[in-house]
Write a protein that binds this ligand. Structure first.
Ligand code: ADP
Ligand code: ZN
Length: 615
């Protein structure tokens, strides 16, 4: 264990293990198999990198890492190389002479860590090569790719059980950020990990602040959010991802943000591959870029300094929401997950489910997943408690989500609920079809439009009984009644509402309905919350520190360009900020700053001292 800590400090520049890292490393380094479930950003890489180094140093052989994501492999190898580790990669981007050179290094025992794409690993030729090399461990990253149930299924992953058959004495560590029990069991079965220890970490991401606002003018709200929390006075801004449902909306939104001075780009599966790749590369390399994207964007993006993830449309499920928001703040620094949502989103998602080709069982599951997300949007309690509960984790109110920071007032909405439910009942009774919220609200407010008269709804007993509440207020009532299950959206896709189970009890006055009070003006509460949520490193720097920070940033940009790597591979923002604050005057002063290991100290220490001395 002390050796593992020494490597953590020396090579990676960190001082303590996070969560269960220490245990896992110990287990694998001493030859045990295991399955690691840890959230995105939890620190999975060190769980196999450190054992690989320990085992290679003990003469056991190289650590082989299987990963399906080419961009990610390259980033990892670049970062390891910067840290002084002898790491290489074998995948389809290499020329054959480059690949031969890597293979020679492998056979000669010159490598400490080798990343390999699964399709390459499984070729008879490569397995044979491995048979002639010394292998110290196998790490199987993104292990959920063996799951046929998941979205990331890779057929080659199924064959990975061959590793165990051919190399029974080499320890294996499988890792994933997918939490559910079904996937976990599938990984264990398919990779023949029956005897492996399973390490499950908490899925909480405490540095992410969750916030869900009522949709009013979503784009404007988004812009206000970015300006308030992620933009500096000079107009530069943090890196972030904005998710939209459709390709068209992605393009429109990116263009609109550009029009408002933001460095924003679109990304979706309909774009030509060249442009898509260019945009992805710019996102990795540039320091402040907003990617507006469909969910096609994200897998394989391990940029640590994404400071916010925003949703302009409701995701399909809690799993989706959590995976997408999880791309924020991998470096552990404060980050925001922000979403604007309205009833229209729910109706749209329901329609997509109903109109899909899937069978009824799948549609039912999809609907209940959507309901869970709706519950999150409308909860008056802690968002994090709700999210973690979905993943079977119990927790206390977090103090770092919108409802914790500004608990919404609640009110007794029993009377309004009765009016709404009764209106659903009466209009359906009068016309033998069901109606959507907009129509029902017109009836309640006594708006005698053509459509209302056509249906004869100006004659039903609920016509005009809800005059004293605004359209906006009624919308919030309807949304919450749906979220609480008193109303259901009809299958068939047009947003028609039906009475849910138990609605009868409400109508009979046997149930009290508590609703959350919405901010009277959407966005206002968001701004108030904003002040405490600045994620900008420069927010509380004094003038000297700020000058150091700017000089160091310029130096880092230059160094990154010289080495052909993204800036964060040189140093994370947190390391740079600490350097700016402490302004070390010598290499020995730099000791103890997180993120600076021996190799980086040797490589960049003097340049940092020089840069700071010139400020
Ligand atoms: P994952 O693969 O689980 O998404 P990573 O392995 O990429 O997460 O780690 C996320 C971030 O946390 C990285 O920037 C990494 O440098 C940092 N990190 C991991 N372990 C530690 C630690 N023990 N101390 C400090 N930082 C850590
Ligand atoms: Zn909370």
């Amino acid at each position: 264990m002390s050796q593992a800590l020494a490597i953590l400090k020396d090579v990676f520049g960190y001082h303590a293990f996070r969560g269960r890292q220490g245990e896992i490393i110990d287990h694998v380094a001493t030859g045990g198999d295991c399955l690691v479930l840890m959230p995105t950003g939890g620190g999975k890489s060190l769980c196999y990198q450190i054992p690989a180094l320990l085992r290679q140093r003990a003469g056991e052989g190289v650590g082989i890492v299987v990963s399906p994501l080419i961009a990610l492999m390259q980033d990892q190898v670049a970062a390891l190389t910067e840290a002084g580790v002898r790491a290489s990669v074998l995948n389809s981007t290499l020329t054959s002479s480059e690949a031969s050179a890597v293979e020679r290094d492998l056979l000669a025992g010159r490598l400490e860590i080798l990343y390999v794409a699964p399709e390459r690993l499984m070729t008879p030729r490569f397995l044979d090569l491995l048979g002639r090399a010394r292998v110290g461990l196998f790490a199987i990253d993104e292990a959920h790719c063996v799951s046929q149930w998941g979205h990331d299924f890779r057929p080659e992953y199924i064959q990975l059980s061959v590793l165990h058959e051919r190399f029974p004495d080499v320890p294996r560590i499988a890792l994933t950020a997918t939490a559910d029990a079904l996937t976990r069991d599938e990984i264990i079965e398919r990779l023949a990990l029956d005897d492996a220890r399973v390490f499950i970490s908490s899925f909480d991401r405490p540095n992410i602040r969750y916030r869900i606002v009522e949709k009013d003018n979503a784009r404007q709200q988004l812009l206000a959010f970015i300006k308030a929390e992620h933009m500096a006075a000079d107009g530069t801004h943090d890196s972030g991802i904005v998710y939209c449902l459709s390709r068209k909306k992605v393009e429109d939104t990116a263009e609109w943000l550009q029009g408002h001075g933001l460095n924003a780009l679109p990304y979706h599966a309909g774009m030509d591959p060249g442009t898509r790749q260019r945009h992805q590369a710019r996102f990795r390399e540039e320091e402040g870029l907003v990617m507006v994207a469909t969910i096609a964007f994200g897998m394989g993006i391990d940029k640590p300094d994404v400071r916010f993830v925003a949703h302009l449309d409701l995701p399909k499920s809690m799993e989706g929401y959590y995976q997408e928001t999880g791309r924020a703040g991998r470096d552990g620094l404060p980050a925001n997950a922000w979403m604007a949502y309205g009833l229209g989103d729910v109706v749209q998602q329901k329609r997509m489910i109903d109109e899909s080709e899937a069978d009824d069982a799948f549609k039912r599951v999809s609907s209940s997943k959507l309901d869970a997300l709706l519950g999150l949007c409308e909860t008056a309690g802690c968002r994090r408690v709700r999210i973690l509960a979905y993943f079977n984790e119990t927790s206390e109110p977090c103090g770092n989500c919108d409802t914790c920071l500004e608990p919404p007032a609640t009110w007794d909405g029993t009377r309004e609920a009765q009016m709404a439910l009764s209106c659903v009942y009466r209009t359906a009774q009068a016309s033998r079809v069901h109606f959507g919220a907009t129509h029902l609200i017109d009836v309640l407010r006594g708006n005698a439009s053509e459509k209302i008269k056509q249906w004869g709804h100006d004659k039903v007993s609920t016509f005009g009984i809800g005059k004293d509440r605004s359209v906006h207020e009624w919308h919030t009532v309807f949304r919450q009644l749906i979220a609480q299950g008193w109303l259901m959206i009809d299958h068939g896709g047009h947003g028609a509402l039906l009475l849910g189970e138990g609605a009868r009890e409400v109508l009979k006055g046997e149930r009290q309905i508590i609703l959350r009070r919405q901010a009277s003006k959407p966005g206002k509460s968001g701004e108030r919350a904003a002040r405490g949520a600045r994620t900008d490193h420069t927010a509380d720097m004094d003038a000297d520190t700020l000058a150091n920070w700017e000089a160091l940033r310029r130096w880092r940009t230059e160094a990154a360009r010289e080495h052909g790597v993204p800036a964060y591979v040189i140093f994370h923002d947190a390391t740079l900020a600490e350097l700016a604050r402490t302004a070390p005057g010598s290499l020995s002063d730099m000791e103890g700053i997180p993120g600076i290991g021996a190799s980086k100290l040797e490589r960049y220490g003097q340049a940092i001292v020089d840069t700071l001395s010139r400020v």
